[in-house]
Design a protein around this ligand. Structure first.
Ligand code: GAP
Length: 469
């Protein structure tokens, strides 16, 4: 297994991901997507959007990031969306208390102190209040990994929502929040979308958009960031039918990742041990990153928690009336919630390979699914003379009208192939002497490295066919 640093370095070198505000030393938990990264992000969003909204019973939505503060009161985020945090008085380092304890348990296991580790793990599983975490840290004498001492503050709950002010006054009455999940924009629009889309239950609303969380510990590159995008779909169902739909969406979402190239052996289910206050079933799809398994998407059965809470606080009815039976109820919700940037990192890690190509030669290659590849095809003139650059340029300009293509004239053909392999370009087209005499071009396949000659007039159709398989 390669290291995460290998992916970070490739991502930077080839223009997938840069540190945000790098020239000022960067800002923690924020990343910028370069020319290839933005294409990959868009491709992930495109295939997800298509997967969801090509169904007749799923509508799209793009809700505002800034929402009425009462939304977060109703959803429980104002009081419940927090992490237990502890500060070390000497090093001033701040930790999530649960992470600090988890790291301690891991150390115990490495030292084969499994009984103690099990006992500590059990107590962690039952911890709910800040004082529970504090007691564990004290009882086991957990030290600060930075300074090595145990001079801790109390554990406090730290709300993860970013606060700002709306309008010119920065007073309490003007306080609003950057949304910590896109889902609430869907709940408050449930009725609008259902009515204008003339939808009947069961139906869903899909949305892709930014979410913000003031995470205490950002770590592992794009895994836990402070600004990220979510792809969320809330599926509204009749109460009592949520388990059936929960199982349905579990299967659909797993299959989606596999369809777009995720190796099934790198995925696993993680049942939630502690259910969130709003959920009656919840499961995560986890991917095996170089640092271990981590969640990439959650599937949650959220009951009628959100709609009921908004109904109560806003005083507006968010009910469904069955036209046939005249039954009236507040729908239950099954949610699928994936992170775009976490997905991007998982797709990159999944696709990354270092291969021996024989004769002591190695290549780095991204085996990205054709739909995800940022660049679909590269066009090379074999040499920079004899009319080849002009012909290659014309082919490049024609293909570029339909999908993202790169033109590359520098270096030996082998090196040009390697450059494209490293960014996951599925096809390379070379214009050579034969092209000038009989109009054939050579197409090279990234994965098999096989080459085939076809007539240049058929190139567009050939690529369309391959790319849309
Ligand atoms: N609406 C439900 C919800 O937001 P979540 O499990 O907190 O559930 C869903 O988040 C997905 O959003 C996660 O599976 C992950 O892919 C992504 N995500 C959550 N927090 C993130 C963070 N700090 N950085 C990057 N992605 C994050």
């Amino acid at each position: 297994m390669f290291k995460l640093d290998t992916i970070i370095s490739l991502a930077k070198r080839r223009g997938f991901v840069f540190q945000s505000s790098e020239i000022y030393g960067g800002i923690n938990g924020c990343w910028d997507y370069g020319p290839l990264g933005v294409e990959l992000l868009l491709n992930i969003k495109k295939i997800w959007w298509h997967e969801m909204t090509s169904r007749t019973n799923i509508e799209g939505l793009d809700a505002s990031i800034l929402m009425h503060p009462k939304v977060w009161e109703a959803s429980g985020h104002l009081t419940q969306f927090s992490d237990p945090m502890i500060d070390n008085k000497i090093s001033k380092a701040r930790y999530r208390a649960d992470n600090l304890i988890e790291d301690f348990i891991e150390k115990l296991r490495k030292k084969n102190k499994n009984d103690l580790a099990d006992e500590c793990e059990q107590r962690l599983e039952h911890a709910q209040e800040p004082s529970d975490y504090y007691k564990i840290i004290m009882d086991y004498g957990i030290n600060d990994p930075v300074s090595g001492n145990a001079d801790w503050t109390e554990v406090r709950n730290f709300n993860l929502m970013f606060k700002t002010f709306i309008g010119p006054l920065d007073d309490a009455a003007s306080t609003i929040y950057l949304r910590p999940e896109s889902a609430q924009g869907i709940f408050v629009n449930f009725k609008n979308v259902m009515e204008c889309g003339r939808q009947k239950i069961p139906f869903g609303i899909a949305q892709i958009g930014k979410a913000f969380r003031n995470e205490i510990n950002t770590k592992n590159f794009l895994f836990r960031t402070r600004e990220f995008e979510q792809m969320e779909m809330q599926f509204f169902v009749k109460p009592g039918e949520e388990k059936e739909w929960f199982d349905y969406w579990k299967e659909q979402r797993w299959n989606w990742y596999v369809k777009y190239g995720m190796k099934p052996e790198k995925l696993r289910w993680k049942e939630h041990e502690k259910l969130a206050h709003y959920a009656n079933y919840a499961v995560d799809i986890e991917f095996e990153f170089p640092f271990g398994f981590g969640e990439i998407e959650g599937i949650h059965s959220r009951t009628d928690f959100d709609l009921s809470a908004h109904q109560k606080l806003s005083g507006k009815k968010l009910e469904y009336i069955d036209a046939n039976t005249k039954e009236r109820y507040t729908p239950y919700v099954v949610e699928t919630s994936g992170g775009v940037s976490r997905g991007l990192m998982a797709f990159l890690c999944n696709a990354y390979d270092e291969e021996d190509t024989g004769e002591g030669d190695k290549r780095t290659v991204l085996h990205l699914h054709n739909s995800l590849a940022p660049i679909k095809c590269a066009v090379f003139p074999l040499v920079n003379k004899d009319g080849m650059p002009e012909k290659a340029q014309a082919i490049y300009e024609d293909l570029q009208k339909y999908f993202k293509v790169q033109y590359d004239v520098s270096g030996a053909i082998g090196r040009r192939y390697r450059r494209q392999d490293e960014i996951g370009t599925p096809y390379c087209v070379t214009i050579d002497g034969d092209t000038m005499s009989d109009n054939t071009v050579t197409i090279r396949d990234r994965d098999t490295m096989q080459q085939e000659k076809i007539n240049a007039d058929n190139l567009k159709m050939y690529l369309f066919d391959k790319l849309h398989k």
